[in-house]
Design a protein around this ligand. Structure first.
Ligand SMILES: Nc1ncnc2c1ncn2[C@@H]1O[C@H](COP(=O)(O)OP(=O)(O)O)[C@@H](O)[C@H]1O
Ligand SMILES: [Mg+2]
Length: 360
């Protein structure tokens, strides 16, 4: 292959959004602390964390509705920290859609285009294009009250996309919708956003939504960033106790790694690990605890089933091993599910043991 034929890409920077040491305080209360984050062109980043952790505040600072107490926000090549919201070139979709009830779908989408003085013919073309994108052409003349929740959400999205913003901001856009619709809409949204190569900041408290949608997840807790990583990194290698417990389910075991390479929990559970000696907090996801018969060779632990919770595809067992507690997900044929009080032999898959670095 002739490498000289590959064009040198003229990318000054690939970064569209840059939070640089952003903070927001209300009096003595710090809603957002020391946030630094770059979002690349076309990247979908999720802010994930419990209610009150500072997600919306962060999004509103990027939109220009909330002024940071410290730090800078850059959009493309511009420091927009003091630029008013209406000049920032961001598109926003809120949780409650915020559609104008007295305007048709087309008029709702047109509203922002009139505001930027786009000529009528260009407006009509743009409206048709975005409504086609979100598959609402046929509903252009409907009023919001005659639309389903999911359709209203798509109008809100079309309205934001019509302005061709540099970045799309979505704040819990699916939280008013039922579970099934939420899953469908998030698939639609994902393919739409990726088809447009739209840079997106998505706020949610729903870990499943973040794991399925995001290129990268920013896990927030009490205003601070706990971890930034791909969904795989966040789930598979949580760096803090908070991340381990907030995303997915896990057993947390305090203890230490001895000179022989065994982890020994304070409650007496012992298993081999690949880690240097010293105090440690081990994390074990329930899918890495198995029946001894399925994984010959590993040290076997006798466990008592405390609870057995049927979850459809899997059954979650809460086990007691000596004084230690351990969660396990198993799959069983009908009628074969362990019950509370049963004793079973289990092994801990050493490839599934992780350690968090805080708190020890
Ligand atoms: N205008 C305000 N004045 C005082 N406190 C605020 C204000 N806005 C948000 N907060 C507080 O900041 C924290 C973060 O809020 P928010 O960003 O809305 O959280 P989230 O979106 O993650 O649920 C909350 O404790 C909230 O009460
Ligand atoms: Mg919020």
């Amino acid at each position: 292959m002739n490498m000289s034929a590959v064009p040198a890409r003229v990318t000054k920077t690939n970064t569209v959004v840059s939070f640089r040491g952003i903070e927001k305080s209300y009096g003595a209360f710090q809603a957002v602390a020391a946030l630094s984050l770059d979002i690349r062109q076309g990247e979908l980043v999720c802010l994930l964390g419990p209610s009150g952790c500072g997600k919306t505040t962060t999004l509103r600072m990027l939109a220009g509705f909330v002024e940071p107490s410290a730090g800078e926000i850059w959009l493309d090549e511009d420091n927009v920290t003091r630029v008013p919201a209406y000049r920032r070139d961001v598109g926003i979709v809120f949780q409650n859609y915020a559609l104008f009830p007295h305007m048709t779908v087309a008029k709702n989408v047109e509203y922002g285009l009139v505001n930027i003085n786009m000529p009528k013919a260009a407006r009509q073309a743009r409206i048709a294009e975005v409504l086609r994108r979100v598959e609402l052409q046929h509903l252009a003349d409907r009023y919001p009250r005659a639309l389903s929740g999911g359709q209203q959400q798509r109008v809100a999205l079309a309205r934001a996309l019509a302005l061709q913003p540099k970045v799309l901001l979505l704040d819990e856009p699916f939280s008013n919708l039922d579970a099934q619709l939420r899953v469908r809409l998030r698939e639609e949204l994902s393919s739409l956003i990726r088809g447009l190569d739209m840079t997106t900041l998505f706020v949610t408290h729903d870990q499943e939504e973040a794991l399925t949608l995001a290129d990268r997840i920013v896990v927030m807790n009490k205003g601070a960033v706990e971890q930034i990583g791909t969904p795989e990194e966040i789930y598979d290698s949580p760096q803090t106790r908070f991340v381990a417990e907030f995303i997915g389910t896990c057993s947390l075991l305090e203890g230490r790694v001895d000179e022989g390479g065994d982890f020994l929990s304070e409650r007496g559970l012992r298993f081999p690990v690949a880690r240097r000696p010293g105090a440690a907090t081990a994390i074990i996801r329930p899918e890495y605890v198995r029946h001894a018969a399925e994984a010959p060779g590993a040290p076997v632990h006798r466990a008592v089933v405390e609870t057995s919770e049927y979850m459809g595809a899997a059954t979650r067992l809460q086990l007691r091993v000596g004084d230690a507690r351990l969660l396990m997900d198993g799959r069983y044929a009908p009628g074969r599910r362990p019950r509370a009080g049963d004793e079973i032999d289990i092994v801990i898959d050493p490839t599934g043991v992780r350690f968090v670095t805080d708190g020890n």
